[in-house]
Design a protein around this ligand. Structure first.
Ligand code: ZN
Length: 114
């Protein structure tokens, strides 16, 4: 792994693990820890990688490939923002952030382009 790849991994995982708490602090000030933990738990959608072969491939973009990382899934996550419950809104934000983070990673790795 070269320097750029290492920083790509560090940024990717800190986006997954740390930013949820910042989003929680920004949008759900009093409940930021709970919100952060709920958003962190949305990483569970990465379980869809288990259906892929190979399970992990650093040169494959998860966006648009794994079932819970598709545009259709993203639309569902977006619609979940409208469920009148702060917890569902947190889950939806977490899922959308997850897709965003994965997309940034794919862009950085040159796996997708616009
Ligand atoms: Zn993912």
């Amino acid at each position: 792994m070269n320097y750029s790849e290492i920083s790509r991994y560090i940024i990717h995982y800190s986006f997954h693990l740390i930013i949820p708490f910042l989003i929680g602090y920004f949008f759900f000030r009093k409940k930021w820890k709970t919100a952060g933990l709920i958003m962190l738990s949305t990483i569970i959608i990465d379980l869809d990688h288990l259906f892929a072969n190979p399970i992990f491939d650093p040169h494959r973009c998860s966006i648009g490939f794994h079932p819970l990382h598709t545009l259709a899934a993203g639309i569902v996550y977006f619609l979940m923002l409208f469920i009148p419950s702060w917890k569902w809104r947190v889950i939806a934000l977490g899922l959308l952030w997850h897709l965003g983070t994965d997309a940034i990673d794919c862009l950085w790795g040159g796996l997708i382009s616009f």
